[in-house]
Write a protein that binds this ligand. Structure first.
Ligand SMILES: Cc1ncc(COP(=O)(O)O)c(C=O)c1O
Length: 415
């Protein structure tokens, strides 16, 4: 029997391994920060200090003020909070049927009535944006969807046209565009999107979950609201943040106590915050480390294409133009991406096919479908490297990919 192979982790976009300094900070915090951070006594204040340290570190990382950073349960909640903030004034103000009486003071109460206004959003956003947009559409928001180019980039002209189209139906309150696509790594034209949105009186939300700690702050320049997730920058899971420009009033999506100024009620986790603070500080100079990864990613991509060609058919790269330095996404003609992922997992190579592998569903990636159609999406595999990936990892991963391709090719059809 072959001994279990060392696992080569090439799925840094799905999540990153927590950094040892992050783990040490969380362990140290566990000793002293078990109290409820909302409590006014000494132990509560000690726990609260970790919350505020995370807020400060995130503010510095994204270039906004700590007073305008709301800690959330991750990128998903930050995105939901960002999208919902722009809709509902009329419904709440008019006391629409079903509107809750409990409010969030200066933050404004959530509205459960019919919503007004328009939202412009790209089709290649993470589901935490697209699903939230669909929810808003069901409640009356006019949603203008923007298709990507086949390259994976959302063209500023297409964004402007969608904005103008939507504006003829309802006032456009918000444009949502990610900084870096989570599946292809394609860098989106955020600065142009900000100029387009602002010129038409709309705000820009940038899901920077895949950009922060990997690209410099220009990647989200001009954003009015910025979403961040700790686990993508070597921090803990289930904590993230939404940072906004001064004057942007959020609207809570959860109702409850006064934590996070009522914008995100629920007892905060000081341990996660301790880890987030360290991860966010480390992330300040991470873009230089990531930039240095580009040649390694390029060698990985070239070697994978060669391995596919040797096995019969060269895979096709998904995503062109400016890309984050650590991702390659390839479609393998004649293969199914989820099957390749499963076979590679057995060989000790951890990768994913869009979001399908991690979700355990067979649904092809909506991102790649929007870019290049369902066939190309169904055969895609994403490889994402990180600051601990070595040349030896890449060489060994490609060797295992070649072995998997040879083995699958030798199986009788239908097996
Ligand atoms: C671009 C993007 N936005 C949002 C999220 C969601 O973040 P979280 O997993 O913290 O909810 C992810 C996670 O994969 C992502 O890649």
């Amino acid at each position: 029997m072959r001994s279990a192979a060392r696992v080569i982790y090439l799925d840094w976009n799905a999540t990153t391994p927590p950094h040892p300094e992050v783990l040490a900070a969380m362990q140290a915090a566990a000793e002293v920060a078990w109290a409820n951070p909302a409590s006014v006594h000494g132990p509560g204040r000690r726990a609260r200090a970790f919350i505020e340290q995370a807020r400060e570190a995130v503010a510095r990382l994204v270039g906004l003020d700590a007073r305008d950073v709301t800690l959330t349960s991750g990128g998903t909640e930050a995105n939901n909070l960002a999208l919902s903030h722009a809709f509902g004034d009329e419904a709440a103000g008019a006391g629409a049927a079903g509107a809750p009486s409990a409010g969030a003071g200066a933050a404004g109460a959530p509205s459960w009535g019919r919503l007004h206004g328009a939202l412009v959003v790209s089709r290649i956003e993470h589901p935490s944006v697209t699903r939230a947009a669909e929810g808003l559409a069901r409640r009356g928001v006019e949603v203008a969807w923007v298709d990507p180019e086949p390259s994976g980039r959302v063209a500023p002209e297409a964004l402007a046209a969608a904005l103008d189209r939507a504006a003829s139906v309802a006032p456009v309150r918000l444009v949502s565009l990610q900084a870096v696509n989570h599946e292809t790594g394609v860098i989106q034209p955020v600065a142009e999107a900000a100029a387009i949105a602002h010129a038409r009186g709309a705000r820009l939300h940038v899901d920077a979950v895949q950009a922060v700690g990997r690209l410099p702050p220009e990647a989200w320049a001009g954003a009015d609201l910025v979403s961040v997730a700790a686990h993508k920058i070597r921090g803990p899971k289930a904590i993230g943040a939404l940072a906004v420009r001064p004057g942007v009033r959020l609207r809570p999506v959860l109702l409850g106590g006064a934590q996070e100024r009522g914008l995100r009620p629920g007892t905060q986790d000081p341990l996660a915050a301790a880890g987030f603070a360290v991860a966010a500080r480390r992330a300040l100079d991470a873009p230089a480390r990531y930039a240095a990864l580009a040649p390694l990613r390029d060698r990985l991509e070239a070697a994978l294409i060669e391995a596919g060609r040797a096995a019969g058919d060269a895979p096709l790269p998904n995503g062109e133009g400016m890309r984050a330095p650590h991702i390659t996404n390839l479609s393998w003609p004649g293969w199914r991406g989820d099957e390749l992922c499963a076979a590679l997992d057995l060989e000790g190579v951890a990768v994913s096919s869009g979001s399908a592998c991690s979700a355990g569903t067979a649904e092809p990636s909506p991102v790649l479908t929007a870019m290049l159609g369902p066939e190309r999406a169904a055969s895609a595999v994403r490889f994402s490297i990180g600051e601990e990936t070595t040349e030896a990892d890449v060489v060994e991963a490609v060797r295992r990919v070649a072995r998997v391709l040879a083995r699958l090719r030798s199986l009788p059809a239908g097996s």
